[in-house]
Design a protein around this ligand. Structure first.
Ligand SMILES: C[S@@+](CC[C@H](N)C(=O)[O-])C[C@H]1O[C@@H](n2cnc3c(N)ncnc32)[C@H](O)[C@@H]1O
Length: 267
């Protein structure tokens, strides 16, 4: 939205916001000694007037003239403590380090996808059963970190191996790529199922089976990808049939290795 749209938004209503300071601001700043404060996109001014009333020297910035007029009119007693300033903060950012407190509530910022490093080229791994798997890297930055995935692109929509490592934003992507590749090579170098002796179907090669689940969002049955191929729940059940009478443990664990720092995980 531009200046005109924001101003129209204010002019279309007698009052837009409650007039009370945000609870987060009050909780964070109530015990701070007064200093210089900036309120970004101050709107009708409650988050600027509140610290001004507590002795702060406040610069309150907004793009909408109507909001600023209302803000100044609503708090005449703080006049000496607030400078109501009309500016476009995305065009002219405030000076770094000039304020002891910066409050930003619901300020619209244009979404700018972060530039990611170029992903390494594809990886080819040959499985124990001789099948050749080509996996491609996919990098993705989430709000909580960066993920490096290796995904097998198969003709069958669901088939294929998939591995992922998730780490801190500043992690070395090349190192994560090596790590996820090592995971892929180790996993593809083992087989959990092999063709059943008679007829169609599969049987377990050992006592363990691992894979990834695929939920059908349209309500169909869950499927499982084992050794990079999709098995139906029935096929999985048949593969387990020779263990009849045994107790079994079904483990569902994360498909992504989370190597973020403890601080990042705690956020
Ligand atoms: C959703 S309102 C929030 C107002 C206030 N912070 C609050 O929480 O009550 C966003 C405010 O940012 C202002 N604004 C939008 N873009 C701006 C820009 N580029 N520079 C300065 N202010 C802007 C709008 O005019 C509006 O008052």
């Amino acid at each position: 939205m531009d200046t005109h749209s924001w101003d129209e938004m204010y002019r279309s209503r007698e009052r837009v916001f409650s007039g009370a300071p945000h609870a987060v601001l009050v909780a964070e700043a109530a015990a701070l000694p007064p200093g210089r404060a900036l309120d970004v996109g101050c709107g009708e001014g409650a988050d600027a007037s509140w610290p001004a009333g507590r002795g702060w020297q406040v610069t309150a910035v907004d793009i909408a003239p109507t909001a600023l007029q209302r803000a100044a009119a609503a708090a005449p007693d703080t006049a000496g403590h607030v400078v109501w300033t009309r500016a476009d903060l995305t065009a002219a950012p405030p000076p770094a380090g000039a304020f002891d407190l910066v409050s930003v509530h619901y300020f619209p910022l244009r979404y700018q996808p972060e530039r990611l490093p170029v992903a390494p080229g594809p990886v080819e791994v040959v499985g124990l059963d001789g099948r050749r798997h080509v996996l491609r890297y996919r990098l993705w930055r989430a709000p909580t970190g960066i993920s490096v995935r290796l995904v097998e692109e198969c003709e069958g929509a669901d088939d294929g191996f998939e591995f992922a490592v998730f780490s801190d934003h500043d992690a070395d992507v090349d190192e994560l790529a090596v790590r996820v590749r090592a995971e892929a090579e180790a996993e593809i170098a083992r087989c959990y199922v092999e063709p059943a002796l008679q007829g169609a179907g599969w049987r377990l090669t050992g006592e363990e089976i691992a894979g990834r689940l695929i939920a059908d969002l349209e309500g169909g049955p869950v499927r499982v990808v084992v050794d990079g191929r999709t098995l139906s729940w029935d096929e999985l059940g048949e593969a387990l049939a020779s263990y009849e009478g045994w107790r079994f443990r079904l483990a569902i664990d994360a498909s992504l290795t989370d190597v973020r720092s403890d601080a990042a995980k705690a956020q």
